[in-house]
Design a protein around this ligand. Structure first.
Ligand SMILES: Nc1nc2c(c(=O)[nH]1)N[C@H]1C(S)=C(S)[C@@H](COP(=O)(O)OP(=O)(O)OC[C@H]3O[C@@H](n4cnc5c(=O)[nH]c(N)nc54)[C@H](O)[C@@H]3O)O[C@H]1N2
Ligand SMILES: Nc1nc2c(c(=O)[nH]1)N[C@H]1C(S)=C(S)[C@@H](COP(=O)(O)OP(=O)(O)OC[C@H]3O[C@@H](n4cnc5c(=O)[nH]c(N)nc54)[C@H](O)[C@@H]3O)O[C@H]1N2
Ligand SMILES: [Mo]
Length: 678
């Protein structure tokens, strides 16, 4: 129910799933699965699940629908998209995806490419692209923490892994490493469960990650604790970096981050001297405008300490011999994509291949850089998931045509012209972890039949594709896409599914022969392409993402809930029972000063809006910080009001007024805020 990767044992009676548990032989999860994994089959049986295609019958968003046939749904969608292409060009249609679930993500990109639109809209501005793309520019690959091999230390930086098991970095792997004796440093403004287990916990002031990372670099260079041999042979711009970090001495950095100089020194020294050490970085660094500086300084940290491409460090995970991504999505059909995409006009960083939602909405609302009038979306709920929900509402209300594929009616789907009911996990054959840089793919075989009129996303797009483009690009049977992916490995899908995860080879230290895949062939501590791409050559800390504001004295952050996936599944009863209401975490002193008690309704406001959540009084947050719940809407309320998307939705508090240029990232946390009892 998140990025996935847990192998499961699924008990079936007839066509019904009656039990789900972790498979002890699971490559990533070793028998573990989280609560939402155990109840994941409940998604299939909800009485309000979408079961047939719907066409809007009233005004946009009015909540009035007519049941239609698949034939009609596909024809109307094709006609809607083609009319826009005719009038404004193919790029006037945005193809939207949320968090990738399986192969559907890449079939969507293929559909966009074949249709002729360079505009795939996704939340990559705040999710993984900053880490991946910064890695590629700095060292030629996306350096993922290698938790599969013994390591001496894990540095968990803005990662909430015990709740999120993000991107297949399943918590059980990390716990196994700790059991083997690895040390643990946690950098997080909240005292997470992981922080409780840490040797050192650095409770930084939210939004100061780049300063802290530069402080680490300062200490390590000052004390000559870096890997001098590696730095000498394999890095570019070390002297410049050393000069750059001079200003970030522990005293200065302590003033910015609230972490004591002592602790900064201790943690930096520990990381530099425990080799190998794996840096597990998370979303927390990707959620404000300074993300590029944060990601750049962390890759520099991995590099100078000799932790790149070593087992138990941060590695380049090599794919098995499967179909390349570019071939799968038919990148060849859209050679000018990079120049034509909406983001390019705003100067987003090369290799960022999706359109940041902020720029998508600008295009929709004011035609910059060109008009965008249509949207096909799946696996996503932008009205709640994107920063600045009011703007999202305006943008979607103004579109000429919207089609969404969903399991359930959501705030965003309720604004569509056509809603397709999907079959999903357990009801279709699928491949997990394709294209996400972890060097493996996993089979997600079909277990039960979907309701008769629910189709897998891949099938929907395969049939839509035939209506909006040359049918030669599409298959008679959509499952051929699965075969295409594994065929180069000499496998059929069935053979692959029977054989377990397909892993690429473990290859370390390739740079010793081939260099790094950057223009200089070295790890670019200083970016050699900075001038050409108008990027900062060296990381720096330019200040808080939003300036202090006496009217909003607290800092607002958030962390993902272990019971939900962002805005998904509030309608799954077993999950809702665990977390019935959105909870805002407030320190006891702060709660007292505001006359707030546990369970009270609390109004949280920023310059951009206000919402109400329920008080959770806890000292896991700093007195100056409150941590809000993400993704809330109320499926039990009125569809004609988009299920109360304004009431508790965190993104009512965020804005796209200020964006990080490289990825178009808005400040979705680390914002000045205030609270009061409702
Ligand atoms: N303020 C703030 N905003 C954030 C974040 C944050 O931390 N703070 N996190 C960001 C991140 S990291 C991400 S990845 C995005 C996530 O953004 P989204 O991916 O848009 O996330 P969800 O809100 O979970 O919406 C997913 C939707 O897909 C539907 N769905 C589930 N399975 C299927 C399927 O098989 N097929 C189809 N068609 N639909 C399916 C679900 O019902 C749900 O409505 O949000 C980002 N937004
Ligand atoms: N249960 C569950 N699992 C999920 C998801 C979900 O919604 N629910 N979402 C999935 C998705 S789309 C993703 S991308 C991953 C995300 O996985 P994670 O990266 O683990 O996600 P977050 O919960 O956003 O974790 C961010 C952490 O950063 C901390 N933080 C906040 N602000 C700052 C800051 O300024 N500096 C630092 N250093 N830390 C900060 C937060 O306290 C939090 O602990 O998880 C995936 N798995
Ligand atoms: Mo994400």
């Amino acid at each position: 129910m998140d990025h996935g990767g847990c192998a499961l044992l699924v008990g079936v009676r007839g066509n019904e799933i009656v039990q789900v548990k972790g498979d002890p032989e699971g490559h990533l999860n070793k028998g573990y699965t989280c609560h939402k994994g155990r109840v994941s089959a409940d998604r299939l049986y909800h009485p309000d699940r979408l079961r047939y295609p719907l066409r809007r019958a009233g005004k946009r968003g009015e909540g009035k629908w007519r049941r239609i046939s698949w034939e009609e749904a596909l024809d109307v969608t094709a006609a809607g998209l083609l009319a826009i292409r005719e009038k404004y060009g193919a790029r006037a249609v945005g193809f939207g995806a949320g968090m990738p679930k399986g192969l559907e993500h890449f079939v969507l990109i293929r559909l966009a490419n074949i249709f002729g639109s360079p505009n795939v809209v996704a939340s990559q501005d705040v999710c993984h692209a900053p880490r991946e793309v910064t890695g590629i520019h700095t060292c030629g690959f996306y350096p993922v923490a290698d938790l599969h091999h013994p390591t001496r230390l894990i540095l968990s930086w803005a990662s909430n892994l015990l709740s999120t098991s993000e991107e297949g970095q399943i918590a059980s792997l990390l716990l196994e490493r700790l059991k083997d004796g690895a040390g643990l440093i946690v950098v997080d403004p909240r005292r997470t469960e992981l922080a409780e287990k840490a040797d050192l916990w650095l409770q930084l002031r939210p939004g100061t990650a780049p300063a802290l990372a530069l402080g680490f670099l300062h200490v390590i260079i000052e004390d000559s604790l870096y890997d001098a041999d590696f730095v000498d042979k394999y890095t570019y711009g070390f002297a410049d970096l050393a000069r750059q970090v001079k200003a970030y001495d522990p005293q200065t950095v302590a003033g910015i981050t609230r972490v004591s100089p002592d602790l900064i020194q201790k943690a930096a020294r520990l990381y530099a001297t425990a080799r190998p050490a794996a840096l597990q970085w998370g979303n927390g660094i990707e959620h404000d405008v300074n993300v590029f500086d944060a990601a750049r300084s962390l890759v520099c940290l991995m590099a100078i300490c000799g932790n790149l491409e070593v087992p138990g460090g941060n590695v380049n995970a090599h794919d098995p011999a499967i179909l390349g991504l570019g071939q799968f999505v038919r990148a060849d059909l859209i050679p000018d994509k990079r120049k034509e995409m909406i983001g390019a006009f705003h100067g987003t960083i090369p290799k960022m291949m999706t359109v940041p939602p902020a720029y998508f909405r600008k295009a929709v609302l004011d035609g910059t850089p060109y008009p965008v009038r249509g949207y096909y979306g799946m696996c996503t709920n932008p009205l709640v998931a994107w920063a600045d929900s009011k703007l999202t509402y305006e943008a979607f209300m103004s579109l000429d045509f919207i089609a969404m594929a969903e399991i359930f009616m959501t705030p965003t789907a309720s604004l569509a012209d056509i809603v397709f009911p999907v079959a999903h996990q357990y009801e279709m054959n699928d491949i997990g972890h394709y294209g996400i840089g972890h060097g493996m793919i996993l089979a997600r075989p079909k277990i039960v039949d979907p309701p008769p009129e629910c189709w897998p996303d891949i099938k929907i797009m395969n049939e839509l594709g035939k209506r909006v483009s040359d049918p030669q690009y599409w298959h008679d049977d959509f499952e051929q896409f699965l075969e295409d992916v594994v065929r180069p490995a000499g496998l059929s899908y069935a053979g692959f599914a029977a054989g377990g995860p397909l892993k690429g080879p473990d290859l370390f230290g390739l740079y010793q022969e081939k260099g790094f895949r950057t223009p200089t062939g070295k790890v670019e501590l200083k970016l050699s392409t900075a001038e050409k791409f108008k990027l900062k050559p060296l990381p720096e800390f330019t200040g808080l993402p939003e300036a202090d504001d006496p009217e909003y004295p607290l800092t607002l952050i958030s962390a993902k809930s272990r019971y939900y996936l962002l805005s998904s599944y509030r309608w799954v009863e077993a999950l809702r029972k665990k977390r019935p209401r959105p909870r805002v975490e407030i320190h006891p002193e702060t709660a007292k000063a505001h006359g707030i008690a546990e369970g009270d309704q609390v109004v949280i406001s920023t310059k951009y809006g206000e919402i109400t959540q329920t008080a959770r009084v806890t000292d896991i947050v700093h007195p100056g910080v409150v941590s809000g719940a993400l993704g809330w809407w109320f499926p039990e309320s009125d569809a004609a009001d988009q299920f109360e998307w304004r009431r508790s939705n965190f993104n009512m508090l965020t804005s796209i007024g200020k964006l990080g240029r490289e990825f178009g990232t808005p400040n979705i946390q680390n914002l000045p805020c205030k609270i009061r009892r409702a």
